[in-house]
Every structure is written in C-alpha cells, then in structure tokens.
Ligand binder design. Structure first.
Ligand SMILES: [Zn+2]
Length: 234
C-alpha cells in the first residue's frame, strides 16, 4: 500500500475542506442542474434551454445541463448555486435541500472516509482544475456574446456592401465557440478536461481579443447602428 505524506498547514486545511465539502461533492456528483431545475418546476426544452428564473426572461436564454448559464443575465453556476438562488438559501442549505429531495447519501458527521489521503490530493488537483475550467467557460461565454452582437450590429445591409471584419469573425467563430461551450456545459469530466487542456492557449488569446475590443469600444455601441436607426426614422 502506498502512503502519501502530507505535512504543514496546507494539509490540515485541505482535510477540513474534504469534511466540509462532503455534502457539496456528493450532491454535485449525484444531481445535475437540469434534474433539479425540472424537479423544482423549471421547464427545460429538449435542447437544454429554459426561461431563466433569475431575470424577466421571455425567450429561453438559460442553458441548463450539468451546470447552468444564462446568456441574458449571466447567472452561472452548478446545481447548488442554482438551488440556492432559486429558493434564496445559503449554499449549505441548498446542498442539504438537494440531498433530501434527491435522497443523496453523504457523510453527515464529517467522519473522514477511509481513503482520505488520496481524496485530499484529488481535491487540491480538482480545485486547480475547476478554476481553469471556470475561466475557460467565462471567457468563451463573453466571446460568444460579442460574436452574437457583431453578427447583428455589423451585418451588411445591402448585397454589395463589403463585409465588416467583425461580422466575418462572428460567422466564422460562433459555431466553434458554441461547440466548446456545449462541451463545457454538458460534456463528461474527460471531455471538459480535454477542452481546457487543448484550448487553454486559444482561450488566453480570446481573452486578449475581448479586452482589446472592449478598450477600443468603450461605449459598447456601434456607430452604424445609430446612423441606421436615424435613417429609419426619416
Ligand atoms: Zn437570466
């Protein structure tokens, strides 16, 4: 049997993390956001889209699967975040509610499971990974929003008009960005990890791209849409 030696305060902290997070982990492993949403009365379409319960949503703009993300109000998170927000509960209360409603078994007394040391190491790796995945997700979401905006605001108005590069970028990059986001939302752990690993560099480039664009367009409005609406009023 292999023993892993951990020492110092970091180890102690992580031990506590394991105990505290037991119910959180158990709930997240057992219940998807989609299952919880449907159980609590949110109608989720076959494509995983639902009207967001967190803002006044007329058309389904929330994608719900293992996690959830609203493209309207940016609400985002896992099944515990969803339930906490839906019922105005703390994370702990939401986890307890989910555990009860879905009969999830967890280590209520916080006893250390027998294989606690290997788990400990896994948790710290998981934390690091989760941060990377969340960042990846956030950047891609922001990018998709920009692309959706560009697709509308910079669309050519006449057949002979030259295509704006931002419109072209929207056409080229949107399907691919949606595809990656879909994997991050509904893929298996392995699939998500491969996106994070393979597209890490690309995501950093996109992040840079977004900040450059935002810096050069501080008002966030495209001039042409103004002149167009002025034209329409005439
Ligand atoms: Zn929303």
């Amino acid at each position: 049997m292999r023993h892993l030696i951990f020492c110092g305060n970091g180890c102690f902290f992580l031990c506590l993390e394991v105990r505290k997070s037991n119910i959180f982990e158990a709930v997240k492993e057992s219940v998807t956001t989609r299952q919880a949403a449907e159980y609590y009365g949110v109608q989720v379409g076959r494509n995983g889209m639902a009207c967001c319960p967190f803002h006044d949503d007329k058309h389904p703009s929330m994608k719900i699967d293992h996690r959830f993300h609203c493209f309207g109000c940016q609400a985002d998170g896992d099944v515990i975040d969803f339930t906490a927000r839906l019922f105005s509960l703390s994370s702990k209360e939401a986890a307890l509610k989910l555990a009860e409603d879905f009969s999830v078994h967890y280590d209520a007394k916080g006893h250390d499971p027998p294989r606690r040391r290997p788990v400990k190491r896994k948790i710290s790796e998981e934390l690091r990974y989760r941060q990377a995945e969340q960042k990846c997700f956030r950047v891609l979401c922001n990018y998709l929003h920009l692309l959706e905006r560009w697709e509308k605001e910079y669309a050519p108005q006449t057949p002979d008009e030259a295509w704006n590069p931002l419109f072209v970028e929207a056409l080229q990059k949107k399907p691919y960005t949606e595809y990656l986001l879909d994997i991050l939302l509904s893929g298996s752990m392995e699939e998500r990890a491969s996106v994070v690993a393979e597209y890490g560099k690309e995501v950093r480039k996109i992040e840079q791209r977004i900040s450059e664009f935002t810096a050069s367009h501080p008002a966030g409005r495209h001039e042409r849409s103004r002149s167009l609406s002025a034209g329409a009023e005439r």
